[in-house]
Design a protein around this ligand. Structure first.
Ligand SMILES: Cc1cc2nc3c(=O)[nH]c(=O)nc-3n(C[C@H](O)[C@H](O)[C@H](O)COP(=O)(O)OP(=O)(O)OC[C@H]3O[C@@H](n4cnc5c(N)ncnc54)[C@H](O)[C@@H]3O)c2cc1C
Length: 392
């Protein structure tokens, strides 16, 4: 049965409970695999109809009874929609598509990007984005209070964001594909005989593109099986390079913090002074779960983390703060949702499957579609060229 664990679990060097996940930033916290695995109820991953009997108007019933009879009406009863959320489409989910906020079309991502609390105070935002706004429990209470009203039980208003579609099914030879784009307010349809999709594996995994008809199972399985990793950087610039201790080692490009017991976030540094035309820049790298953890911190906290690492590398020297710095957040970036594909056991088969066209209409290219050059710009270039040749 789908249940939150009661015990504490380790998270980035700390011990946490599902209560902590519930308290704040639930949506973001639930993106961390160990959190969603341990707290599936809190993360709204447990939407299942109950298997056995439950009481409705003093009679024992099962969800199949609601499915076979007047489902819409029966689902107005709290005991039915609570016990049969799949049948009643009452799972708590964010709307995938755009909705109107003060006359502009927005998505739940917009509410998550910044000022989440203020944005969630707008009723259309909290109605459409109950997971982002952490209002699933309130929403249930509202529905309970209004059981006989016409409150929508499924996600409200949906309009396409980007849709690869066709008027007839996509694998019908005569059909043409359409691509609708509605980033925020603009909506336009482009008719084409063939479409090449080169978005990242992270974007495909995020399911922010709506395919009509749905992608076939073999394609969705390949997307699910593959892994899209995260690598982040903090790029720092010093006006007075001679005061930084590593300027003595400009010939060495990579510096690594060897102390494995150290719990600093950044352990790899790149000094490109010699190779980038004497630019006074040092770049700190962080990958995997540390890179995900980093994205939850604000820029100045990240800079402090980098300074901690540098101080442990050069303990006897006073290290000046950088004059300028910039951090990347590839996982949070809606255009990428991560950095690049990382190896998995069935990688060769899955990446080949990902690169296969659907019905000779919808083609896929990009680094994730090659098992030889995944994770590189070479992979992106070569697959793009190959698919372009196939299409022409
Ligand atoms: C930190 C870091 C370091 C790296 N270092 C190297 C390196 O040293 N050498 C190397 O070869 N490679 C490196 N890479 C990897 C390389 O950048 C990628 O493999 C390559 O860019 C992948 O290209 P792509 O065309 O497959 O996908 P992407 O570059 O992800 O291009 C996909 C495009 O789709 C667009 N898009 C996304 N969603 C939508 C949407 N809904 N509608 C329309 N457009 C959309 C995006 O804006 C983007 O332009 C690095 C990557 C990172 C993050």
């Amino acid at each position: 049965m789908c249940k939150d664990i009661r015990e504490k679990f380790p998270l980035f060097g700390d011990m946490k409970q599902c209560e902590w996940v519930k308290k704040d930033d639930t949506y973001e916290r639930c993106k961390i695999p160990i959190v969603s695995k341990n707290c599936p109820v809190t993360c709204h991953l447990c939407c299942e109809d109950v298997k056995g009997d439950f009481l409705v108007d003093e009679e024992m019933k099962q969800c199949k009874w609601a499915r076979k009879n007047s489902t819409d009406q029966l689902c107005m009863k709290p005991d039915v929609w609570k016990n049969c959320p799949v049948t009643c489409h009452s799972c708590c989910e964010d709307a995938r598509d755009t909705f109107s906020v003060d006359g502009e079309m927005k998505k739940c991502k917009w509410a998550r990007q910044k000022n989440t609390k203020q944005r969630c105070a707008i009723s259309n935002v909290s109605d459409n984005c109950p997971v982002t706004c952490n209002t699933c429990d309130e929403r249930s209470l509202d529905i309970e209070k209004n059981t006989t009203s016409s409150l929508p039980l499924s996600s409200p208003s949906k309009s396409p964001s980007i849709v690869a579609s066709s008027d007839t099914p996509i694998d019908t030879p005569s059909s043409t594909s359409s691509l609708y784009s509605s980033r925020e307010t603009e909506v336009k349809a482009i008719q084409a005989k063939k479409v090449i999709l080169t978005v990242s594996l992270g974007v495909l995994k995020d399911e922010s593109i709506i395919f009509k008809p749905k992608l076939p199972k073999w394609k969705r399985d390949a997307i699910d099986n593959m892994n899209f990793g995260v690598l982040n950087k903090c790029i720092m610039y010093w006006r007075k390079w001679k005061y930084v201790p590593w300027s003595k080692y400009n010939d060495e490009v990579w510096y690594t913090l060897i102390d494995n017991n150290s719990d600093v976030l950044f352990k790899q540094f790149f000094n490109g002074y010699k190779t980038n035309g004497s630019k006074q820049i040092l770049t700190a790298f962080v990958g995997g779960s540390d890179a995900i953890a980093m994205e939850y911190k604000d820029d100045s906290a990240i800079k402090d983390e980098v300074m901690l690492s540098l101080k442990s590398m050069f303990p006897d020297v006073n290290i000046p703060e950088p004059d300028e710095f910039k951090v990347t957040r590839w996982l949070d970036n809606e255009n990428f949702k991560g950095s690049y594909t990382t190896p998995t056991s069935n990688m060769r088969t899955d990446s080949t499957t990902l690169g296969k066209s659907i019905g000779g209409k919808l083609y896929f290219a990009g680094e994730a579609t090659t098992s030889d050059w995944y994770g590189t710009t070479s992979g992106a270039y070569l697959t793009g060229k190959q698919v372009a040749n196939e299409v022409l």
